[in-house]
Design a protein around this ligand. Structure first.
Ligand code: NAP
Length: 260
């Protein structure tokens, strides 16, 4: 059943996106992967192909409408269906308080973290309606907690969750959910530790440094399994919800589908 399905994943060259692609590839789900760095993306594409799936890569900035059109056309031209869009690509920068933040970088973050997910869901909607498809928007605790120096990230992710809720009421035939993936050992956390000093409150920076030093960051494979399951099987009655990656309903079902 899963081998017929077609899933789009943005930000799939590394971290959570690449790990989600790996779980789906093991189930022979057909994939369209996107990220800006074409070399890393091609590596991720080949890895998924070796795991047993047919995979297309579309490199480019997801904040660009034309790139989103190419991503959706790649899937629909090749396979004539789309079963899920996983809006995973995001940026944490600019890090710094709003009174002196780089305004262009701030609006770029909005474009990537909030506008691009709408572009992709909108463009893929004719196929998602046919397939009773899913949109999984990757959220974060920062969507509900105001974290100093992260206004672009917090506001864009808060907007993304509210967009998810709006999508659920506007078009209930497409299942849209937000996923909170925990704090994950990825390049985004490296960047927080690297760019935080001098820009983030010292106690906040120390919290993130200690998570790394004490091995409390989650490996991407763990939340990725929940994300892969939601992309394939999210039940309609969860439409509009914010789901924790540790939600027992998801953990049990995803272990049954993907194993350990
Ligand atoms: N890491 C955490 O602790 C954490 C916690 C909560 C939520 N999240 C969320 O989890 C998701 C994945 O993050 P991650 O931790 O895996 O981060 P990551 O390692 O930095 O990966 C981000 C991915 O997005 C891509 N990307 C960034 N900007 C893009 C753009 N404009 N167009 C296309 N692709 C773009 C990156 O590739 P290129 O740079 O080559 O484009 C990369 O593949 C994000 O939505 C993030 O907000 C992460």
């Amino acid at each position: 059943m899963s081998e017929k399905r077609v899933v789009i994943i943005t930000g799939a060259s590394r971290g959570l996106g690449a790990a989600t692609a790996h779980w789906l590839a093991k189930k022979s789900v057909k994939l369209v992967l996107n990220a800006r760095n074409g070399e890393l993306l091609e590596k991720a594409r080949q890895e998924c192909q070796q795991l047993g799936s047919e995979v297309l890569a579309v490199a480019g900035d997801v904040g660009d409408l034309e790139v989103c059109q190419k991503i959706v056309s790649a899937a629909s031209d090749k396979w004539g269906r789309i079963d899920a869009v996983v809006n995973n690509a995001a940026v944490i920068d600019p890090i710094g308080i709003y009174t002196n933040v780089d305004m262009e970088a701030w609006s770029r973050a909005m474009q990537i973290n909030l506008v691009a997910p709408l572009y992709l869901a909108r463009l893929a909607s004719p196929w998602l309606l046919q397939s009773k498809g899913k949109v999984v928007n990757v959220s974060t605790g920062a969507a509900v907690h105001p974290l100093a120096a992260w206004s672009a990230y917090c506001a864009s992710k808060a907007g993304l969750h509210h967009l998810t809720r709006c999508m659920a009421v506007e078009q209930p035939r497409i299942i849209a959910v937000s996923l909170r993936p925990g704090v994950i050992d990825t390049a985004m956390q490296d960047q927080i530790r690297k760019d935080g000093p001098g820009h983030m409150p010292p106690d906040m920076l120390q919290y993130f440094q200690q998570l790394k030093e004490t091995n409390r960051l989650e490996p991407p494979e763990v939340p990725a399994k929940s994300m892969a399951w939601l992309a394939l099987y999210c039940p309609p009655e969860w439409n509009g919800e914010m789901i924790e990656y540790t939600d027992p309903r998801v953990v049990k079902e995803s272990a049954a589908v993907f194993g350990d």
